[in-house]
Write a protein that binds this ligand. Sequence first.
Ligand code: SF4
Length: 342
Amino acid sequence: MKKIGITTTVPVEILIAAGYSPVDLNNIFIGSSDRERLVDTAEKAGFPQNCCTWIKGIYGVCLENSIDTVLCVTSGDCSNTVMLMEVLKLKGLNVISFAYPEEPDIGLMQKALKKLAGRLGTTLERATEIRGELERVRHLALEVDDLTWRDGVVSGLENHLSLVSTSDFGGDQSEYERRLQELVTQAKKREPYADNLLRLAYIGVPPVFPGDLYPFIERNGARVVFNEVQRQFAMPNPGRSLAEQYCNYTYPYSVFHRVDDILQQIRQRRIDGVIHYVQAFCHRGIGDIIFRNSIDLPILTLEGNNDFVLNQHLRTRVEAFIDMMKRRASSRSNVSEAGTRA
Ligand code: SF4
């Protein structure tokens, strides 16, 4: 199958139906051992210093990995992608655009999906068959999620990696499924994490330092049991059709759709506190105002830029946040013990 680069989660069913193998350029970038150089390639080409690292990384990946066809999302993801798309065209790449409707309206979504299918030379009927074929692997990813928050046998990092890869199934669906199945089998034999660890939600775009962040949180007496956007990539509410599935996917629309999902998961997963990750120079950082107004829990807003490790400054902030939550939890249990004695 011919590779097609994608800049975010898109209706992959249509791409696969058209004979393409989707490759999430973000995952290639962040998984590369040469991330700094990929960013450098973009800066040398003229991308400004104050442009988001993910955008620069995607550009670097396109140029250095011989990607010749890219599907860019022009509405429902990132305004920077629009200009990235123009630059990629300038560099001679075949660029196809896809726009999520402004509202999660099934009729509008159906039209957008049909337009994309027509552009790629396939049909929604064929894409719907592919949706059925992907169901098993998406279920498996969501089982990993359940094993994280409900059974306590999967780490925050494993959860992140398993879910974030559902945007393109790691570029090889069978291999991805095999790895997930192996993780599920292994995890079911593990001892669960201790009950007294604080339970955190991670909301926002995926971090540029996942390999550092999740284990650091666990070393400090807490664990991430909810990765918001990554879980959305796995389509937890698939609905009855392709159009419904991509309307239920919360990320492209108003942030209030995300808030509803987050609040529901916070209750279900018994979350103690929230880490809101924001990428430097990203418009989505402004959403912090809305999250802080809507979520009645301690929130740490953590900003990453182009350090692919958790630097000392960020470590100190994470430690202080977890310490504060531990003190909060212990003063609450003292109050309730005193109440019981009285
Ligand atoms: S982090 Fe923000 S600015 Fe960067 S690609 Fe994602 S949405 Fe765009």
